[in-house]
Design a protein around this ligand. Structure first.
Ligand code: PGA
Length: 275
């Protein structure tokens, strides 16, 4: 964790939960984050700003119900994807305006399940990023290599290619509304996590890529999250690395106690380059 960057923990629920369960899960996370914030500032109410930014990403149909269930501002709500166009003949797609109208303020773009299962190109992810930023959404933009690419020594190159296409039209002013999630494809949902050292190195390479395009001050503020089989036990060591500014959590975000333990790890993490 870097002292100047407020960490983010995102809960990507993927295609899980029915409505009632989604609302219950959202309330449990919201209540847990509020009580953490109260403990941080030592008082009862009103809650302080939590040390960690928490965003939950339910499936589209539950966005409105979830956003209405967590209106206190302790946590934010986001969508798992969006359409690259603003409206029209795009059957099955959801626009940025619809996401905002449902009460969500964030969106995930370029998740590996969109790139590899739905076949989204680097170019399309770039168009989606532009649409999200022009519409006023905040974004977690995902990049990551497959195991074959890592074994071939081309992980940094793959990430740089995804970033180049994604950030093609992103201005320095827009950069503050984007966080990047480094999610190695081989670590997602597999129980196999990148070592804190390897993840930290990949994050450094991503920041170096940003530094080749943007001014140093803007780049310094960009949060780079790690995603891929993060759980309550490995989060502490991952978040202790100076370049890991939080996490994008899949499976563990469906269990409120585990997810809140990850949020606590991000909120309390000291910077320790030795792990
Ligand atoms: P996982 O998913 O935590 O279940 O590995 C992470 C993600 O897909 O963002």
């Amino acid at each position: 964790m870097h002292p100047d960057r407020r960490p983010i923990v995102g809960g990507n629920w993927k295609m899980n939960t029915l409505r009632e369960e989604a609302v219950r899960l959202a309330r449990a996370v919201d209540e847990g984050v509020r009580s953490m914030a109260r403990m941080e500032d030592g008082s009862s109410a009103p809650p302080a700003v939590p040390a960690c930014e928490v965003v939950i990403f339910p499936p589209y149909p539950w966005l409105l119900s979830v956003a209405q269930a967590v209106t206190g501002g302790a946590i934010a709500v986001g969508a798992q994807d969006l359409c690259h166009k603003s409206s029209g003949a795009f059957t099955g797609q959801v626009s940025a305006a619809m996401i905002l109208d449902a009460g969500a303020s964030w969106v995930i773009i370029g998740h590996s399940e969109r790139r590899h299962v739905a076949g989204e190109s680097d170019q399309l992810c770039g168009e989606k990023l532009q649409m999200a930023l022009e519409s006023g959404l905040r974004v977690i933009f995902c990049v990551g290599e497959t195991w074959e690419q890592r074994s071939a020594g081309s992980a940094d190159e793959v990430n740089a290619r995804q970033l180049s296409a994604g950030f093609r039209a992103v201005s320095a002013n827009q950069l503050e509304r984007v966080a990047i999630a480094y999610e190695p494809v081989w670590a997602i949902g597999t129980g196999r996590t990148a070592s804190p050292r390897d993840a930290d190195e990949a994050h450094r390479a991503i920041r170096a890529w940003l530094a080749s395009r943007y001014d140093p001050q803007s780049v310094q503020g960009v949060r780079i999250l790690y995603g891929g089989s993060v759980n309550a036990s490995n989060a502490v060591n991952l978040f202790a690395r100076p370049e890991i500014d939080g996490g994008l959590i899949g499976g563990a975000s469906l269990k409120p106690t585990e997810f809140l333990a990850i949020v606590a790890a991000a909120s309390e993490s000291p910077t320790d380059a030795s792990t």
